[in-house]
Ligand binder design. Structure first.
Ligand code: PBG
Length: 328
């Protein structure tokens, strides 16, 4: 029925009506907070600010326990751990050291907050002296199959430390299957894999690389992370990971890739995670600091848009702020 019988404004006329017909809901229970845990920080210096990410610190283990507790108290279901080791080498051995920084932090957080899910980022780039996500072969190329072995070892080491969920972010081919087999071999049948399935070679990771000290010493990640121009390929990546045993598939970054989130959701019908990355966070913070943006409104609108695109889970540095705003 055309105008004047149809008036879409009718259902927008009061807050109650708008709430009644709202299609997408955002709740603290959708949000995951990333944490950077750094070896060598301690009692005298528990936190070290990340300059390009106002409000985000690198944390000592006890500061991470405290931050995880604060996240839990705000209703966030999970944290995602990244480690910054004091020692880096060619083989990224700190990643699969049972006493590595993520392993120690996982044990400490699970001891203090057993009901909070601990997800761990599984990758070598924070642990290699060259900053790439795998082992280097001849000519400086990142070797796939030998890297996958170490990545699977890293995932098992995290599970042994008590990680509830492992999240491989390296983008090597076949790593989800290798991780699933390695976890099952050790009896970790029930540890889910959240696969960074469609991870793009993005300029939006800049602040993260400052935070984690993981900028590649040479070259870039375009030989393993995806070309930002490709959507069909993102769907293929996600379907392959589902076939290899992924329990959740992820699209990363989020805001410049909302179409990819929708396509991956429609193609897989799996739980989909989206990573609202460091550069997206830094832009909002800079805009708010300049007085150009209302931070609270922009954050809640952005996170709602990521949910509307099809994400079930959002990993975001805004998670604590958003949880607080959603309660008030
Ligand atoms: C590690 C990893 C990166 C991010 C998450 N895991 C960086 C990269 O691939 O260079 C980026 C997260 C962010 O920007 O917030 N492979």
């Amino acid at each position: 029925m055309p105008f004047p019988a149809t008036r879409l404004r009718r259902l927008r006329s009061t807050p109650v009506l708008r709430d009644l017909v709202r299609e997408t809901r955002l709740s603290p229970s959708d949000l995951v907070l990333p944490l950077f845990v750094q070896s060598g920080l301690g009692l005298t210096r528990p936190r070290e600010p990340v300059d390009s990410m106002p409000g985000v610190d690198r944390l000592s283990i006890s500061a991470a326990v405290e931050e995880a507790g604060a996240a839990h108290a705000l209703g966030l279901p999970a944290v995602l751990l990244f480690g910054i080791p004091d020692h880096k080498d060619a083989a990224g051995s700190g990643a699969y050291d049972d006493d590595g920084i993520v392993q120690l932090a996982t044990r400490a957080i699970k001891d203090a907050h057993p009901d909070l899910l601990v997800m761990t980022d599984v990758c070598l780039c924070e642990y290699t002296d060259h900053g790439h996500c795998g082992l280097l072969g001849p000519g400086g190329t990142v070797e796939n199959d030998s890297s996958v072995e170490l990545i699977a070892r890293t995932a098992v080491s995290h599970a042994r430390a008590g990680a509830d969920v492992v999240a491989p972010s390296d983008m090597m081919d076949g790593r989800v299957g290798a991780i699933r087999a390695a976890l099952d071999d050790e009896g970790f049948y029930d540890v889910p894999i959240v696969a960074y399935s469609a991870k793009f070679a993005s300029a939006f990771y800049g602040p993260f690389r400052e935070a984690a000290g993981s900028t590649p010493a040479f070259g870039d990640r375009r030989a393993y992370q995806m070309d930002p121009a490709n959507g069909d390929e993102a769907v293929r990546e996600a379907l392959l990971d589902v076939g290899e045993g992924a329990d959740v598939v992820m699209v990363k970054p989020a805001l410049a890739y909302l179409d990819v989130i929708r396509r991956v959701k429609d193609a897989t019908r799996m739980p989909v995670a989206a990573y609202n990355v460091s550069g997206e966070y830094a832009m909002v913070k800079a805009g708010a600091a300049a007085g150009a943006l209302d931070e609270r409104a922009v954050v809640l609108e952005s996170l709602t848009s990521i949910r509307r695109a099809g994400a079930d889970i959002i990993i975001s540095y805004h998670a604590k702020d958003a949880a607080l705003w959603l309660q008030t």
